[in-house]
Ligand binder design. Structure first.
Ligand code: ADP
Ligand code: MG
Length: 262
């Protein structure tokens, strides 16, 4: 049994995510990669959390487990109090479809079809009836309803990522998981994408965001740091620290820009 002594019973019941000693191993022939080597994590509804760490530290592996895209080798993972290991693959897919939106670094859009059809994909899986107006509302939320008929190949990277976010929110999920969502974008476009996450968080959606950029990470209320498949730090971000980091990175960007244009 996990130790719950540090949490009030009520608060425990309110957790959206509870991971206890979560492990994920990959077998590569004779050897075993411990991608996740015993991670403990608790996330309450409405939080905005960044996950950082070097490449290979297990961030994506953790996100795939939290997003019900994969199953742990061992450990406990609860979503809204329900243990996910008890669910069949089909039930797990339903949890993912109804409650969780996933945003990837490389957008993962279908290139041969319109933005509107891309956003509609999760609705088709949910077997609920839906209208074009409903899908358009999701595109409108990310400021792209005027691009509904365009294909991803006709859009900029920032626009593609906004289409991907519209797809992630079309089923009104309670949780958004974003794995390096600004990794393929320039700083300014990346910040526009971050604003979309801020807006979703302000609406009450829980946001968990993987990034290795410090100026992106500090925009969350809490930073979880990973190394070698473990969580090595988990701290709240205070406003003063956030302002300092943003000022330093802003100054650095300004200097680089000035040097480039000089
Ligand atoms: P991060 O997202 O922090 O870069 P990952 O979670 O992708 O890290 O990977 C953690 C470790 O697990 C790395 O050593 C990586 O090579 C390994 N790994 C990830 N996915 C697989 C896989 N499908 N098969 C084998 N090894 C994997
Ligand atoms: Mg990764």
């Amino acid at each position: 049994m996990p130790d719950r002594s540090d949490l009030e019973g009520q608060e425990y019941a309110r957790l959206m995510i509870e991971a206890v000693q979560l492990r994920r191993e990959y077998r590569m022939g004779e050897s075993v990669v411990h991608a996740l080597a015993g991670a403990d994590l608790r996330i309450k509804p409405g939080e905005f959390v960044s996950i950082t760490g070097a490449s290979g530290s297990g961030k994506s592996t953790l996100m795939h487990l939290l997003g019900c895209l994969d199953r742990p080798s061992s450990g406990v993972l609860r979503f809204n109090g329900q243990s996910l290991s008890e669910l069949t693959d089909r039930q797990l897919a339903t949890v993912r479809n109804q409650h969780i939106g996933f945003v990837f670094q490389t957008f993962n859009l279908i290139n041969r079809t319109s933005a509107l059809d891309n956003v509609a994909v999760p609705m088709m899986y949910s077997r609920k009836s839906f209208t074009r107006a409903h899908v358009l509302r999701a595109l409108d939320k990310v400021g792209l309803s005027h691009r509904a008929k365009h294909r991803p190949s006709e859009m900029s990277g920032g626009e593609c990522q906004r289409v991907a976010i519209a797809r992630a929110i079309v089923n009104n999920p309670k949780l958004i998981l974003a794995d390096e969502p600004t990794g393929n974008l320039d700083t300014r476009t990346g910040q526009q994408i971050m604003q979309v996450f801020h807006d979703l968080h302000a609406e009450g959606i829980t946001v968990i965001l993987v990034t290795h950029e410090l100026d992106v990470a500090v925009q969350a209320k809490r930073i979880v740091q990973m190394r070698d498949g473990r969580i090595i730090d988990d701290s709240a971000v205070d406003a003063t620290h956030r302002a300092e980091v943003l000022k330093i990175t802003q100054d650095a960007h300004t200097k680089v820009f000035a040097a480039k244009t000089a």
